[in-house]
Design a protein around this ligand. Structure first.
Ligand code: GLC
Length: 625
């Protein structure tokens, strides 16, 4: 190891320019040992610097040399806990749906800033496969912006502008797979054995049947199975998602080298957070379900170590939509704690909030909160109500089966509820990847439509509009008060509804239902004032409430009223949420451990009476001094 490190350091140092040399070498000395331990565990380096590793080191030095001065300064200035701020509120959107192009997004930066956004996640904007491309998640070139969305210069201009407004750009890094028209895939198709090794290719049908037996399916109805037959190869290619998304072979060190350098290159364009798409699937091992394998973690840790050397101000976000117990290891465990991803989606809390609302049972959320581990220092959970994907129910399997110590619940019924097919449902969503009403997979739909706002508007029913608005604010208030940082999905800030046109497009993926075009007129329309101002008030109140720092410990409270949820943050904040359709009376004496303090109603800026009524789907944020 020492010889390897010494040789590696020499190769690295040889590529550095003088003005960056001392900082870069100091960082290499701090993080190089960890990097090489990880690389040695993943790839047979046989004690020497192999060709891909030599290229990696040359590329690493080049990335540092090329890093723009302002980003290089940000690297030095940014504190390790930069995400741990009460004003850190995210927003997620498609470039094209939001504003047409990257230049269009730039024009909307003041809008985002005024809303209180400090973190903008733009869904994939790199050159994507022609035709069907899974909303850009089939990348054909990791170094180029999709020409329909702009140019690399447009990205540079956007990130500079965002930084000027105190907004960090998060971009997808689609690292589990590339498009079947990526040059690597084209070369493999053309018979190049070198590039064939960039993918997982099988000629033996019996072998893929054996593998398949252990593997779950992501799109069981639209893209069943995990392998696709490719006639030019006369073989099957591993395709976890769609047949045109070829899983990359991370056990090939050359693939690691290319992907790692593509990441550093994008970091130099001002991307401050990478959303590591489908990170759970990176490594494959015969006889396993090929999710969350230790090597997948090692790959992410190695990418983190490279960033620590080349662009330490950049954070990694794990997109791993798996049960709760399998998510927190992506923050890093043991001596790697805090040295993997700095953010991870809390999809269990998201799905549990929807389930609890449908069932009017607070305990469903309280159970998830009680089992939510505190991330290591510098790391945060990412909370959300909706995103561009379906609400995936699979993450709640354990909870629904009653295996976490609480009464279970019926996820298929909940999926039917949000598809509007259960009695008493207000929802206008659709089931995803499950035509069988007794099977659950996911639910599609925009927040406002799933909560009945558009149905109520169409019926011109003021009472129903009020209830739907309260449900919307309730879910967002839970998200904004939970441990971690919250993220708003495009248009949810004013109640944008379902996109029914999606069925007319060539790729009628059901998730198109919640991928509407931003309606800027509607965004300003007075019909939506109550919702819009409610969201703004929550963001503002959060910003000024020190207890709502992302790292402040969270606890859930349940009460004699089954629909009532309490979320405390530290000793001085409590959020009360009525998840039910009935009003209830609340007495502050119901807060045993916190009783006796003077509580203020944060959203109304008044003293809180000792007894008050929580209307259906109502909420209170209380803070004590
Ligand atoms: C992630 C994305 C999803 C996409 C999949 C395959 O889960 O969020 O939209 O279909 O990865 O790239």
């Amino acid at each position: 190891m020492t010889d390897l490190l010494t040789t590696a350091r020499r190769h690295f140092a040889a590529g550095l320019i003088a003005p960056r040399r001392s900082v870069a070498l100091a960082r290499f000395d701090a993080h190089g040992p960890r990097l090489f331990e990880l690389l040695s565990s993943l790839y047979a380096l046989n004690g020497g610097v192999t060709e891909p590793i030599r290229c990696l080191l040359a590329g690493l030095a080049h990335a540092i040399n090329q890093r723009p001065d302002d980003l290089f300064e940000l690297d030095a200035a940014r504190p390790a806990d930069w995400l741990d701020r009460t004003d850190m509120v995210g927003y997620s959107t498609y470039v094209e749906r939001f504003a047409g192009t990257l230049a269009g997004v730039r024009e909307r930066v003041p809008y985002l800033h005024a809303l209180g956004i400090r973190y903008l996640h733009l869904l994939p904007f790199l050159k994507a496969r022609a035709g069907d491309n899974d909303g850009g998640f089939a990348v054909s070139d990791y170094g180029q912006i999709d020409p329909a969305l702009g140019s690399n210069a447009d990205l540079d201009a956007l990130t500079t502008d965002l930084r000027g407004h105190g907004i960090s750009l998060a971009a997808d890094f689609v690292l589990n797979h590339c498009a079947d028209d990526h040059p690597w895939a084209l070369a493999a198709r053309a018979g190049d054995p070198h590039f064939r090794q960039f993918f997982h290719v099988y000629t033996d049908r019996a072998q893929i049947e054996r593998l398949e037996a252990e593997l779950p399916q992501v799109f069981p109805e639209s893209a069943p199975g995990n392998f696709s037959f490719v006639p030019e190869l006369d073989a099957w290619v591993w395709t976890t998602f769609n047949p045109y998304q070829w899983d990359l072979n991370w056990s090939n060190p050359e693939l690691f080298q290319h992907m790692a350098l593509a990441l550093l290159n994008l970091a130099n364009r001002g991307v401050e957070v990478f959303r590591l798409d489908s990170a759970a699937y990176l490594w494959k091992r015969d006889g396993s379900d090929c999710r969350n394998l230790p090597e997948a973690h090692a790959v992410l840790q190695a990418l983190r170590a490279l960033l620590d050397i080349a662009a330490p101000s950049v954070a990694l976000k794990a997109e791993v939509i798996v049960p709760l117990s399998e998510v927190s290891p992506y923050f890093g465990t043991g001596d790697q704690a805090g040295k993997e991803c700095q953010l991870a989606y809390h999809s269990s809390l998201m799905a549990a909030s929807w389930a609890a609302l449908a069932e009017q049972r607070a305990e469903i959320v309280a159970d998830v909160i009680a089992r939510t581990p505190a991330p290591p220092a510098g790391c945060v959970w990412l909370n959300y109500v909706r995103c561009h994907d379906d609400i995936g129910w699979w993450v709640l399997r354990e909870e629904a089966a009653g295996r976490t110590g609480h009464r279970g619940f019926d996820l298929a019924r909940i999926a039917r509820f949000f598809a509007g097919s259960e009695a008493g449902s207000y929802a206008e969503g659709e089931a995803f990847q499950s035509t069988d009403p007794h099977v659950f997979h996911g639910s599609n739909g925009m927040t406002a439509s799933l909560l009945g706002l558009h149905r109520a508007l169409a019926a011109d029913n003021d009472d129903a509009i009020e209830l739907a608005t309260r449900r919307h604010l309730l879910l967002y208030a839970i998200t904004l008060s939970a441990v971690g940082i919250p993220q708003i999905y495009m248009g949810d800030e004013y109640g944008l509804g379902n996109n029914h046109e999606y069925r007319d497009t060539a790729d009628a993926d059901g998730r198109g239902l919640h991928r509407p075009v931003m309606d800027w007129q509607l965004a300003q329309a007075s019909t939506f004032n109550r919702l819009r101002s409610g969201i703004e008030r929550l963001i503002q109140a959060r910003r000024h409430c020190a207890s709502l720092r992302p790292s402040t410990p969270m606890r859930a409270l349940t009460f004699s009223q089954p629909a009532l949820l309490g979320i405390t943050r530290g000793e001085h904040f409590i959020g009360l949420y009525n998840l039910g359709a009935q009003p209830m009376t609340f007495d502050l004496a119901q807060l045993p451990s916190l009783a006796g303090q003077h509580w203020r109603d944060l959203l109304h800026d008044t003293a809180c009476p000792s007894t008050f009524t929580l209307m259906p789907y109502d909420l209170r944020w209380l803070a004590s001094t």
